[in-house]
Design a protein around this ligand. Structure first.
Ligand code: UGA
Length: 451
């Protein structure tokens, strides 16, 4: 089985991570990427985004010749036994999923693939997409088996999640094809420690018992978007309670610790703050609302979750404005432009939205992120100053806002901060700091829902 050739189409977070993990597991892997800038970087062993451990695995797999990186679509598809489709499914202006890349890949596969191959859909697609593509595959001469295998990795911990996964979901009407895909993950599971050792990353302290779930095509598709939508709901729920906590003097962190201690609920994804961003939750929630509407089903619960999420940067900006008695001419530093720590991704970043809102209200905004400055620059208002060091961002400011929990920010020298700041306001938009420590150096602490 191991001499089979695997092709991964698309070198984004999912595609590149999957390709380097499978290549380091010994699979003969090809990665197809048509963007010439990304291709050039990848071929020289440099990932085009920041993700811990990925550079090491990329270099190792190129060196061992287990990974070939190419833009030759026809040749790559022709020689593949299993094709993983990992292209983007961005949102259209109306919130629905843009499936152009997915359908283009399916058309190329039908055109060039050899007979009896397995096509694995990893891109996040609305329920029913696989059925449409599969009708075309079934009519084609090559007998292509379609398998839906949604991805659950998180940016920032992509390698850890791909090695120590808690579940693998495989949906198909072809049992043998589904089994072949499960076998790939079983092999990764078996080689987990060895691959971890190559990255220099620490393995998750607990040994993950991976669960293998087989189901039908449509259910697999719906599992993926439902999981993301539910996590988004949890965050918006916590943020709604946080607003009430602000009005009533309660502390949302204590509330969620106790609510989440109920095993039926769980503590994760109940951290209130500036809301969720990134290339997944916002578009997956709007895509689910839109695809449900196509089936005549309303999703008011998800509409509300979106509204709460979109209100958070504005909510924080107005609390800062009230505290400073207006923002006109006030110097505010926004720390964290990535949508979360561990990544250079600034798509739909709450930190960027917050910086733009503060600027719009008249503040002189300085922004800094250890990895995402460049990616964020296109979305930040041109008058916002992007700084190259934390120290530069903090001198002489009236207020600081921490919008992403990078370790560099969490370990900030608070005594020094209190000396180089002009004003006193420390706004913790991630609720990540111990407020007694912030207050101890004479700064004024504000969080989201922390009384
Ligand atoms: C998310 C899912 O967690 C992955 O399982 C999924 O595979 C991925 O989307 C995807 O569909 O590709 P990701 O967007 O990389 O992963 O990052 P998360 O860790 O889920 O964070 C999403 C956003 O929610 C971030 O902005 C984060 O700061 C925010 N968040 C998270 C909160 O505001 N509060 C929380 O309690 C947790």
């Amino acid at each position: 089985m191991d001499i089979m050739k695997i092709l991964v189409i698309g070198a984004g977070y999912v595609g590149l991570t999957s390709a380097v993990v499978m290549a380091n597991c010994g699979y003969d892997t090809t990665l197809l990427e048509i963007d010439s800038n990304k291709l050039k970087l990848l071929k020289s062993g440099k990932p085009h985004f920041h993700e811990a451990g990925i550079r090491e695995l990329l270099r190792k797999s190129i060196k061992s010749k287990c990974l070939l990186i190419t833009d030759d679509e026809q040749r790559a598809i022709k020689s593949a036994d299993i094709i993983f489709c990992c292209v983007g499914t961005p949102d259209n202006p109306d919130g629905s999923s843009n499936l152009t890349y997915v359908f283009n890949v399916a058309a190329s596969v039908t055109k060039y693939a050899k007979t009896k191959i397995i096509f694995v859909q990893k891109s996040t697609v609305p329920v029913g997409t696989g059925r449409i593509i599969n009708i075309g595959f079934k009519k084609s001469r090559q007998r292509i088996s379609y398998v839906s295998n949604p991805e659950f990795l998180r940016e920032g911990t992509a390698i850890q999640d791909s090695l120590a996964f808690d579940r693998v979901v495989v949906g198909s009407d072809d049992k043998a094809a589904a089994k072949s895909i499960i076998n790939i993950y079983k092999k990764i599971e078996g080689n987990r420690q060895e691959i971890f050792n190559l990255t220099g990353l620490e393995q998750a302290a607990h040994v993950v018992e991976s669960e293998y779930i087989t189901t039908d095509l449509s259910s697999a598709e719906l599992i993926k978007v439902s999981a993301n939508a539910f996590l988004a709901l949890k965050i918006s729920f916590a943020n709604s309670i946080a607003k009430l906590a602000d009005q009533s003097g309660a502390n949302v962190s204590d509330v969620m610790d106790a609510v989440g201690a109920d095993k039926r609920i769980g503590r994760s994804f109940l951290n209130a703050g500036r809301g969720y961003g990134g290339g997944c939750f916002p578009k997956d929630v709007s895509g689910l609302i839109s695809s449900a509407a196509d089936h005549g089903v309303d999703m008011p619960i998800l509409v509300a979750a979106t509204e709460v999420n979109e209100s958070m940067p504005g909510y924080i900006a107005s609390r800062i404005q009230d505290n400073l008695n207006g923002l006109e001419g006030k110097k505010v530093a926004v720390l964290g432009l990535a949508f979360k720590s561990g990544t250079s991704d600034a798509r739909k970043s709450p930190g960027v939205k917050l910086a733009n809102l503060l600027h719009k209200a008249g503040a002189l905004v300085k922004a800094y992120d250890p990895y995402a400055n460049q990616e964020a620059s296109g979305d930040l208002h041109s008058e916002i100053e992007i700084l190259q060091s934390l120290e530069d961002a903090l001198h002489g400011i009236d207020a600081v806002v921490v919008a992403t929990d990078w370790p560099e920010f969490l370990n900030i020298d608070l005594v020094r901060l209190s000396k180089i700041m002009f004003g006193k306001l420390f706004f913790d938009a991630m609720n990540s700091f111990d407020y007694s420590k912030v207050r101890a150096v004479g700064l004024q602490y504000m969080g989201v829902g922390r009384g």
